[in-house]
Write a protein that binds this ligand. Structure first.
Ligand SMILES: Nc1ncnc2c1ncn2[C@@H]1O[C@H](COP(=O)(O)OP(=O)(O)OP(=O)(O)O)[C@@H](O)[C@H]1O
Ligand SMILES: [Mg+2]
Length: 202
């Protein structure tokens, strides 16, 4: 089944284009897709980058982890097929946000290359994969949510990094050393990248 389009529907092109929205905003739309282990720093970094972009006058939105499991993906569980569909829907929603001219940031573990490739295929050149590269030992020592302890005790099945694989990006647009660099330095790295690509102006 083609999940990108229903039968007998035709795209309606509005008068206001993405380029017009971007001109009004003074920056481009893009999707910053933060990926990494639980506790790697995806949410912390995505929200810190958003705060910086907002202060620069940019239009931003963060789509973060568990929040989409209320509502949009509330009908999905944690089977392989449901996890795949979860990421696909987020990729499609992010695409709409980017078309709306927003700097869109997402914070999902998204451990499987195939799922991230699906989001990349939906979003094309707008997709910026940001690998939050914190080693498992550091994430586990942080154990922000107490989940590693539970996973080690066998209380959480298929926990990424412990009992389920994390497939690290092979050629991410950005690799951020969220394990040993300061949060501020990581924010600067991301903003510099956006400026170099001409997505935002400093
Ligand atoms: N450079 C850094 N960037 C981001 N977070 C950092 C950094 N250095 C230390 N940290 C700390 O690491 C922790 C990361 O937790 P965070 O909730 O952001 O992880 P996450 O990747 O969103 O995990 P989850 O997938 O479980 O939601 C926070 O306590 C944060 O303060
Ligand atoms: Mg998070």
């Amino acid at each position: 089944m083609n999940k990108r389009k229903s039968a007998n529907v035709v795209w309606h092109q509005g008068q206001v284009t993405r380029a017009m929205r971007e001109r009004l905003n003074g920056h481009k739309g893009a999707l910053l897709w933060f990926t990494g282990l639980s506790g790697a720093g995806k949410s912390t970094l995505a929200h810190a980058v958003e705060a910086k972009l907002h202060a620069m006058g940019c239009h931003t939105y963060v789509i973060d982890g568990d929040n989409v499991r209320h509502g949009l993906c509330g009908d999905l569980g944690f089977s392989d097929a449901d996890r795949e569909e979860n990421i696909r829907r987020i990729g499609e929603v992010a695409h709409l946000f980017v078309e709306a001219g927003m700097l869109t940031l997402t914070a999902f573990i998204s451990p499987f290359r195939r799922d991230r490739a699906c989001v990349r295929a939906i979003n094309g050149a707008d997709f910026i994969e940001v690998f939050c590269d914190t080693p498992l030992e550091v994430c586990e020592a942080r154990d922000v949510k107490g989940l590693y302890k539970k996973a080690r005790a066998g209380e959480i099945p298929d926990f990424t990094g412990i009992s389920s694989p994390y497939e690290a990006p092979e050629s991410p647009e950005l690799r951020v050393d969220t394990g040993s660099m300061s949060l501020d330095a990581c924010v600067v790295q991301v903003i510099d990248y956006l400026a170099e690509r001409g997505i935002v102006r400093r």
